[in-house]
Design a protein around this ligand. Structure first.
Ligand SMILES: Nc1ncnc2c1ncn2[C@@H]1O[C@H](COP(=O)(O)OP(=O)(O)OP(=O)(O)O)[C@@H](O)[C@H]1O
Ligand SMILES: [Mg+2]
Length: 172
């Protein structure tokens, strides 16, 4: 995979420590390339949490992830702000959630979303911080910062699960 890979560190506190890395995104095309790759490597039960300012590119990244999952083009991925969850068919199902309007995180459990977290597809959650205590620990969390109209900084946080290994491959 071309492009500037993330700088990865795993911490030294043993198996419970978080891996972290920073990915600098220089263009919309690079966001799309990263999203495509995320969709290609995702496996059932994976959870990707997206946080950052309005317009940081959470939905844009999700659209690229959908492409990577081979979601049919006619299923145009839009932000599920009002319904909280959209489901799309792909190589594995994509469950796209947006917690922007969540009143509190127990709502996630009341709505039964935790079943999707441990289900047969990939969950991508915009504004995931609003339910940080109920999303699985083994998630990939991407904190997005807008550096300029075209450039973004992604702070990646991941546990000891598959993301550490996968992201190392993206960097290679
Ligand atoms: N490098 C980039 N990565 C992502 N989006 C970019 C980039 N450069 C420009 N953009 C533009 O920024 C906008 C991002 O909008 P998007 O709806 O994806 O943000 P969002 O984080 O989902 O916002 P919201 O918080 O409202 O849900 C799009 O218009 C996109 O074309
Ligand atoms: Mg959005």
């Amino acid at each position: 995979m071309s492009g500037t890979g993330p700088v990865t560190s795993s911490g030294a506190q043993g198996p419970q420590s978080h891996g972290q890395s920073c990915l600098r995104i220089s263009s919309l095309a690079e966001t799309q390339r990263f999203g495509l790759w995320l969709g290609q490597v995702a496996a059932p039960g994976d959870v990707i949490c997206l946080d950052g300012d309005l317009g940081a590119g959470k939905t844009t990244l999700t659209q690229a992830i959908a492409q990577g999952l081979a979601v049919p083009e006619e299923c145009y991925v839009t932000s599920p702000t009002f319904s909280i969850l959209h489901e799309y068919p792909g190589r594995i199902p994509l469950y796209h959630m947006d917690f922007y309007r969540l009143s509190d995180e127990t709502e996630v459990l009341d709505l039964g979303f935790d079943e999707y977290f441990y289900g047969d597809g990939l969950c991508v959650i915009e504004w995931a911080e609003r339910a940080r205590d109920v999303v699985p620990f083994s998630r990939l969390h991407i904190q997005m910062t807008i550096d300029s109209p075209e450039t973004r900084r992604y702070q990646l946080n991941f546990g000891v699960g598959p993301w550490a290994e996968r992201l190392a491959r993206y960097a290679a």
